[in-house]
Design a protein around this ligand. Sequence first.
Ligand code: AMP
Ligand code: MG
Length: 416
Amino acid sequence: MPAPLNSDKSLSVNHARQLILDALLAVSGSERLFVRQALDRVLAEDIISPVDVPAHDNSAMDGWALRHADLAGNGETRLKNIGTAFAGRAFIEKVGAGETARIMTGAVLPQDVDTVVIQEDVRVDGDTVIIPPGQRIEQNIRRTGEDLRAGSAAIPAGKLLRPAELGIIASLGIAELSVRRRVRVALFSTGDELCSIGTPLFPGAVYDSNRYTLWGMLTRLGCEVIDMGVVQDDPAALEAAFREAADCADAIITSGGVSVGEADFIKQLMAQLGEVAFWKIAMKPGRPMAFGRIGEGNEGAWLFGLPGNPVAVMVTFYQFVRPALLKLMGVDPLPDFPTFSTRCVEPIKKSKGRTEFQRGILFQEGSEWCVRPTGHQGSGILSSMAKADCFIVLEPEREKVGAGETVQVQLMTGLA
Ligand code: AMP
Ligand code: MG
């Protein structure tokens, strides 16, 4: 359960994220899928390697297979060519004293061979192969099981499966595997001013964009999205929406209705239907946020009550909801959202005491990557997100950024 932090005190971004993560456990339930269907899913059980990889000692290069003891201490060595070992074909001859065999990449190492010399370094004169000095024993050889040992965990449970993991699973000859079930997320927007696309705007109305950014971010994460549309600022309609969402989803995401200026009944209702904390987070954009549980026990769902402003929705999603959903999905260990230092070419105004997530554009100046803000940074200016490829993360202690100062950035690429 979230800490009951309804006080006026602000929480730091890291503290709020930690409180959320501490409250959550991965959803239970898994399904068996074929390898390709498992892309971007979370592995439910360790993949145990049924075989050694590689399955036999083999050559890492095209070259000449030989016994290191046959080589002269210094100077060239002349060896007799006895044939060729091809990949995927048996080579039964033994390489004896003073002999060598041509060997292709991936070919099984002939008996007694302990060294492969790459073909570019060797001269061939009829049946004689001339090896230069300076060869190391074991060079260019891949030994049985050096990648994976039979019986060991090739991929641990909790891993988010990327193309590399699909390749490893296939390399073990495994066709089916067990992954966690998808996390179900219900979402709705609140606000009497909101219009859904496809309906004409009435005076004072705005189109609901948050459901589209949220749908996109959730879909990228691999969640099952239940889009419940716009819900008016009306107690009965909101209560029905919360109950329905809690019935069918693991998590509920709402936007709007948590800011200071909002009608208090939305917050009261959230609090009535479960255990919800209302936080002021020392950040910009995205100061107000609600987190908690709606409904009883296993029947309930986690609630993320995000602010209404379109940029604040995206920033709070990436900073709080994304790591929370990864935890619900069963990703273990949770990945960090790394920050990188880079030079900011323009000054930035900033107030002390809060973390700011400005939208930035990375560009190259000579050989150095630099960043500049996208321009107007209002929390309703969604075009600032569209122009941006990174967040410029300004620490609470910082008061302003002078042109040329170092700032931290978080890349947006790779978030999905
Ligand atoms: P609120 O947090 O409900 O006070 O909303 C803050 C601002 O965000 C207001 O200008 C709202 O009109 C706007 N807003 C709220 N929800 C949405 C939405 N779903 N799509 C676009 N703008 C929204
Ligand atoms: Mg509102």
